[in-house]
Every structure is written in structure tokens, then in C-alpha cells.
Design a protein around this ligand. Structure first.
Ligand SMILES: *[C@@H]1O[C@H](CO)[C@@H](O)[C@H](O)[C@H]1NC(C)=O
Ligand SMILES: *[C@@H]1O[C@H](CO)[C@@H](O)[C@H](O)[C@H]1NC(C)=O
Ligand SMILES: *[C@@H]1O[C@H](CO)[C@@H](O)[C@H](O)[C@H]1NC(C)=O
Ligand SMILES: *[C@@H]1O[C@H](CO)[C@@H](O)[C@H](O)[C@H]1NC(C)=O
Length: 339
């Protein structure tokens, strides 16, 4: 637990910790974190005290029909927060908005966010931001996938612009050092990186993202030596070599241990340790002492992971948030308000 304790000195998340260890909370409180967001903001400070309840209910209804909503929301939230902050800019329509960038191809979850917004605009118009809806809905969807729920800071407002040119999301085969530098550039550290990669416990990816690892790693004409040979052979069956452009690009589960059950557990980290990660970025958790140690800790049990996940989701959710008079509360998540 050494690394998790280090996180006490992060500027955020007092409340998230409060569920777990009183001593840690006290330590964190004395640091007086500069938090712009608030715990239970809607309940305590707005005319929509039931906002979180309405959101949870809608997420539950949706999840009962389609469990793949959990990885979709996780990806949508990541794509929003890492690019120009958690301002719901990923939700805006437009000829050159963020959602049109190549890295954002195949994003999902918009229909649920729109549905939640519609309900909230009926119950308490103009109060709950799309940015908070996305953060809260993701938290609830992760909970439904079997992870415990956790307190989330809210009070974000929505941005007014969205530009494909600003999308700097890295490729899934980025080298570890560059991935860590990217997280650092957003104010997140190595523990956030190793923790948030746990989102790959669920969901699917296209074969094109692992083709190099299966057939021609780093232009060697051979598979990635850091992929278990039996697992690589299995994956080659699901992802046959691509010979023509027109050939289909199948979807495969990122974590076959979770697969169509969409259960969030520590199996993702166990697979890293046994060289059975699909994406290069995941397998590279073995490549530094820090990330290896964190991976071993998470693989050993779900408890450390869930604590760290609550912290890191709040830290990601705090990237460049708009509060006070900045931005607006969008009436419709896909368009800015008319003047
Ligand atoms: C929000 O509500 C809490 C509890 O009612 C109160 O202590 C706090 O000052 C309020 N904050 C704002 C920004 O209104
Ligand atoms: C890929 O190949 C280059 C050139 O041979 C080498 O310098 C580099 O370390 C290799 N990268 C990996 C990840 O093996
Ligand atoms: C990683 O740990 C090993 C063994 O404890 C040590 O020899 C090595 O210097 C460490 N590497 C880094 C980059 O800290
Ligand atoms: C929100 O805006 C989009 C784009 O203009 C529109 O298609 C959609 O119908 C709107 N939703 C609602 C609930 O008005």
C-alpha cells in the first residue's frame, strides 16, 4: 500500500478517501486541497438536489439492456477530460468538433448522455452540466460493472468550443515513457496512469490496434516477444492477417476474462503479469519498476485497485474544469446554448 498512501499528498480528493481511512483523511484535510469542485454539489448547492439519483436511475435502465455502456462511457470521459479538460466538449456536434477526430472514431454512449440530459431538463432545467452528467454516469456504470461506487466531486460547467485539431490522444502502442509524459502533461502521475489503464478491463478494440503485436512487431516480421505465444496464436485466429484494404477489422475483447460479462475486476492486471495483454500500452506496465510494482499490487486484490480508481477518476475529472461564471450549463449536450 506504500504507493497508495503517497497519493494522500495529491491536491485532490479528500472525500473519496474518507470512506476508507480516517487517518488518511485527516492528513489530507490538513493539506487544504485547492478543490474547485464540490462533493454533493447538486444536493447541497443547487435546485436539483436529486440530480445524482436521476442519473443513476437512467444509467441502470440503460445498463440492463446494454452492458457495453460501461467501457463506452469510460472511453468517452477519457476522451473528454484529456482534451481541453472535462468540459463536455467531446459531446458537441459540428463539422470539426472533437468527436470528428480520427482518435475518436467509434466513440459511443452519446445516446445515454442525451437521455439523461432530457430527463434532467424536464425535472430541473438549466442546472446540471453535461460535463457532470458524463462524470457521474461513468461512475455509476463502473459501479454496475461490479466495482464499488465512490464519491465524485461535481460542479463543472460546459465548454463553448470543440476542435478536432486539439485532440492529442495518443495511439494504443505508444511507448511507456511517452505515455507517462502525456499523463504528466495533464497533471496526472504514474499511479493514475497504471490505475486508469484498468479501464481496459472491459470492452473491445479493433484488430488493427494489435496487428503489429501479432504479426510484425517493430518491423521484425515476428510477434511481440512480450506476448504469451499461446495467447498470440489464439488472437491471430480472431484477427487474421490483413491482406486487402476492404477486409473487415473485427472487434475483440480487451480482456477475455471479462469478455461479454463486462465485469470489472483485477484480472486485467493478472493478465499483464502473464503477458496476456492485448494492447501494447497495457503490456508495458511491466517495463518500469514503478508500474510493475503497482501492477503486482492491483493483481493481488481488488481492494487497492478500487481505492486508487476512486482517486484517479476524481483526479482525471478535475482536469481543467470550468466553474463559477466560466462556460455555461448546456440545455442540449450536443450544441452550445443559443444567445
Ligand atoms: C454549498 O452548501 C454547503 C452546505 O449547505 C455550504 O456549506 C457551502 O458554503 C455551499 N457552497 C456554495 C459555493 O454555495
Ligand atoms: C524497435 O526497433 C528499433 C530499431 O531496431 C530499436 O531501437 C527499438 O528499441 C525497438 N523498439 C522496441 C519497443 O523493441
Ligand atoms: C529497478 O529495480 C531494480 C531491482 O531492485 C534495480 O536494480 C533498478 O535500478 C531499478 N530501476 C530503476 C529504473 O529504478
Ligand atoms: C439537441 O440538438 C441536436 C442537434 O441540434 C438535435 O438533433 C436534438 O434533437 C436536440 N435534442 C433535444 C432533446 O432537443
Amino acid at each position: 500500500m506504500r504507493r497508495l498512501q503517497r497519493m494522500v499528498f495529491s491536491p485532490l480528493v479528500v472525500v473519496a478517501l474518507s470512506l476508507f481511512t480516517v487517518a488518511i483523511v485527516e492528513a489530507a484535510v490538513t493539506l487544504q486541497p485547492p478543490v474547485k469542485l464540490k462533493w454533493q454539489y447538486y444536493k447541497r448547492n443547487t435546485t436539483c438536489p436529486e440530480a445524482e439519483v436521476y442519473i443513476r436511475h437512467q444509467v441502470e435502465l440503460f445498463w440492463q439492456k446494454d452492458k457495453s455502456i460501461t467501457p463506452k462511457l469510460l472511453r468517452l470521459l477519457y476522451s473528454d477530460c484529456f482534451v481541453s479538460g472535462c468540459d463536455a466538449s467531446i459531446l458537441l456536434d459540428g463539422p470539426n468538433s472533437e468527436k470528428t477526430a480520427p482518435q475518436n472514431r467509434g466513440l459511443g454512449g452519446f445516446a445515454l448522455i442525451d437521455k439523461i440530459k432530457e430527463v434532467l431538463e424536464e425535472r430541473c432545467p438549466g442546472v446540471v452540466s453535461c460535463a457532470d452528467i458524463l462524470n457521474l454516469a461513468t461512475r455509476d456504470a463502473v459501479h454496475l460493472a461490479g466495482a464499488p461506487s465512490y464519491p465524485l466531486y461535481t460542479g463543472r460547467r460546459d465548454g463553448m468550443t470543440s476542435s478536432a485539431a486539439s485532440v492529442d490522444l495518443p495511439s494504443p502502442s505508444i511507448p511507456l515513457s511517452e505515455a507517462l509524459a502525456y499523463f504528466k502533461s495533464k497533471g496526472l502521475d504514474v499511479l493514475d496512469f497504471a490505475t486508469l489503464l484498468g479501464a481496459h478491463s472491459l470492452g473491445k478494440t479493433h484488430c488493427r490496434y494489435i496487428e503489429d503485436r501479432l504479426y510484425n512487431f517493430n518491423n521484425t516480421g515476428k510477434p511481440d516477444p512480450y506476448m504469451d505465444p499461446a495467447f498470440a496464436a489464439e488472437m491471430r485466429k480472431l484477427c487474421p492477417p490483413r491482406t486487402k484494404k476492404s477486409q473487415s477489422d473485427p472487434l475483440v475483447f480487451l480482456n477475455p476474462d471479462s469478455g461479454s460479462n463486462y465485469i470489472f475486476t483485477e484480472t486485467f492486471y493478472k493478465r499483464v503479469l502473464s503477458y496476456k495483454s492485448l494492447l501494447g500500452v497495457d503490456q508495458q506496465l511491466l517495463f518500469s519498476n514503478d508500474t510493475l510494482e503497482i501492477t503486482q499490487e492491483f493483481a493481488a486484490g481488488f481492494e487497492d485497485l478500487r481505492k486508487s480508481f476512486a482517486l484517479s477518476m476524481n483526479r482525471m475529472g478535475n482536469i481543467n474544469v470550468l466553474t463559477g461564471n466560466a462556460g455555461e450549463i448546456r440545455r442540449n449536450c450536443s450544441v452550445v446554448n443559443k444567445k
